[in-house]
Design a protein around this ligand. Structure first.
Ligand code: DC
Length: 246
């Protein structure tokens, strides 16, 4: 049975003061740094809930695209958040997403959605709402691993353990190309690298929730690491930090 953890429009949500999870681990980093897979595997190892916040930005982007709204019009984007029905649920460690009752889990990963997500990502009011939902997700859960761009810097400033993953842009482009090929698509490495560098710029330079490591984040360069190697490093940091705390 899928666990539906949140849905909006917000006016249908009951806001209450909530208690945060006992263990919050944030993993931030640029596209292709390996954070999504690593976060999912780490959550599995720790028996924690996993939150992919990028899926939320992607879902609102897709709904706006489907409605044909001008992506640079903030009021229109906020209107979409109010009038479409979004549902996020966890299945097999994956975030499944429905818009107005239709499963769009695969569609939110399309290159068009990826390219347009920067509009919603730089809309302050939309970010505020999404951060609120992310905190709500953490409420009542014992342990969570959450990944995105601003999880350690904005959404969970008091997180117990913060990671920031990075990798060389060419290596990140190689990883994206392999993912794309696995889904039957293809693009030149050069084109993918250029798109990644454009996204880095947009993520790092927006005024709200910009991509940057939290001051207290453990920074890990994943360029020469396998995914198992990344998870091993994360786990050993978690064990060390939990040992220090106790
Ligand atoms: O991690 P991702 O590629 O699925 O993210 C999709 C988009 O959402 C990307 O443009 C960055 C943005 N994003 C964000 O601004 N803040 C987050 N916490 C997560 C994603």
């Amino acid at each position: 049975m899928d666990e539906v953890f949140c849905q909006f429009p917000f006016n249908r949500l009951l806001f209450t003061k909530f208690k945060m999870a006992d263990l919050i681990i944030t993993i931030d980093g640029p596209a292709g740094s390996g954070k999504s897979t690593a976060a999912r595997l780490l959550a599995r190892q720790l028996g924690a809930s996993f939150l992919d916040t990028g899926a939320m930005y992607r879902a609102v982007t897709l709904a706006a695209m489907q409605a044909g709204v001008d992506m640079s019009d903030e009021d229109k984007l906020l209107g979409i958040m109010e009038t479409s029905e979004f549902q996020f649920s966890i299945t097999d460690d994956m975030m499944a997403v429905c818009i107005n009752g239709t499963d769009v889990t695969g569609q939110i990963r399309s290159p068009q959605v990826t390219a347009n997500a920067r509009y919603i990502a730089s809309c302050p009011k939309a970010r505020e709402k999404l951060v609120e939902m992310q905190r709500q997700f953490a409420a009542g859960r014992q342990k969570i691993v959450t990944e995105g761009r601003d999880q350690g810097t904005v959404a969970f400033k008091d997180a117990d353990i913060k990671f920031y993953l990075m990798a060389d842009p060419t290596e990140r482009a190689r990883r994206r190309q392999a993912e794309l090929r696995a889904r039957g698509g293809d693009q030149s490495l050069e084109k993918i690298r250029k798109a990644i560098e454009d996204r880095d710029k947009s993520d790092q330079n927006r005024t709200v929730g910009p991509l940057r490591p939290a001051e207290d984040a453990v920074i890990i360069d994943t360029t020469d690491l396998s995914i198992d190697g990344v998870v091993e490093k994360l786990l050993s940091c978690v064990k060390e930090k939990c040992f220090e705390k106790n």
